[in-house]
Write a protein that binds this ligand. Structure first.
Ligand code: ADP
Ligand code: MG
Length: 330
């Protein structure tokens, strides 16, 4: 049984960066305004995510890391949106099968917090009272300690830290009302460090730099055609002065960071046709549409999505890009 659980868990958490993504999404779901990430040894030794969110209630701690335990059913009424947002109550549970998980948390109005460690889905001991400020800190130590081959492969390849920095950069330019930081354990300097702002462009500038931000244009598109699916899109896209070796596409659909290969390709085609020299664009895009129109790939880690009426939506977005790029080129 434990071998089966471990293999399943290794599918949900494939690499250190997948663990960080799940933890940060949980912090965002807990309405945090400040999220700090610390990583040691590319995440294999330590991943620590601290937030100032609503915390976890004492009575929820015993079942916190059981599979299929999620507190998000009431908040997101219908099962469909639960599914489309990827809430399966599987992430934390999985981490306890492939690493050592310690949770420190305090809820509003409490005088002290609790700390508890988990292994293989269960608490290792009763929660211990401890000092705590606000929110939750989750620590994953020795990720994949019991998966020798996985650990070896990860140790031999470039470590996940740059991927983790990239991930936090993406979260930071979408959730601009949240303070993010990401640093290596023991490092004085953070590699991602943002302060809440009301300007998306300021956020992009602080994360991706002036040279990116100064070459961006705002884009918007909406579709109120009743016969197709209703969606809204807005974002920032690079102009003809932005030259890069590869496309950067930061895509949020209904506030979830996802990938949509078909959409990315479609946009690259428009760039190649209108701005051949700048054919590897920088794109930040946020799309909002009814949750039942989003289909998250069954694969838990990839977050590749497909959309209902995808072709129609892609066409609308393509033509918004086309007119924007043409106008800027004149
Ligand atoms: P899911 O996010 O799909 O509900 P997870 O395994 O990621 O499942 O998390 C399980 C539960 O643990 C969540 O539903 C939430 O109640 C709680 N939780 C996890 N992380 C936090 C956090 N940082 N702050 C508050 N609650 C959290
Ligand atoms: Mg989660």
């Amino acid at each position: 049984q434990s071998v089966v659980n471990r293999i399943a868990a290794g599918e949900v958490i494939q690499r250190p960066v997948s663990a960080v993504k799940e933890l940060v999404e949980n912090s965002l779901d807990a309405h945090s305004t400040s999220i700090n990430v610390v990583v040691k040894d590319g995440g294999l030794k330590l991943i620590q995510v601290s937030d100032d969110g609503h915390g976890i209630r004492y009575e929820d701690l015993p079942i916190l890391c059981e599979r299929h335990t999620t507190s998000k059913l009431s908040e997101f009424e219908d099962l469909q949106s639960i599914k489309s947002m990827g809430f399966r109550g599987e992430a934390l549970a999985s981490m306890t099968y492939v690493g050592h998980v310690t949770v420190t948390t305090i809820t509003a109005g409490q005088l002290h917090g609790y700390r508890v460690s988990y292994r293989d889905g269960v608490m290792e001991h009763e929660p211990k009272a401890c000092a705590a400020v606000k929110g939750t800190q989750i620590m994953i130590e020795n990720l994949f300690y019991n998966m020798t081959a996985r650990r070896k492969t990860l140790q031999n390849s470039a470590d996940d830290y740059p991927k983790i920095v990239d991930l936090l950069s993406r979260f930071a330019i979408h959730h601009i009302n949240v303070n993010f930081s990401c640093r290596k354990h023991g490092a004085a300097r953070a590699d991602v460090h943002t302060v809440a702002t009301s300007s998306r462009l300021d956020a992009i500038r602080s994360v991706f730099g002036v040279s990116v931000a100064r070459n961006l244009m705002k884009i918007e598109a909406a579709d109120d055609d009743v016969s197709s699916s209703v969606f809204e899109m807005d974002g920032f896209i690079s102009n003809s002065n932005y030259i890069a070796k590869k496309t950067t596409m930061v895509l949020f659909i209904n506030d979830r960071l996802v990938e949509c290969t078909a959409l990315k390709r479609a946009i690259e085609i428009v760039y190649a046709a209108t701005l051949p020299k700048a054919s590897k664009p920088f794109i930040y895009m946020s799309i909002v549409l009814p949750s039942e129109h989003v289909d998250v790939n069954i694969h838990p880690t990839k977050r590749e999505v497909s959309l209902l009426n995808q072709e129609a939506i892609i066409e609308k977005i393509q033509s918004a890009f086309e007119s924007k790029l043409r106008n800027s080129n004149e």
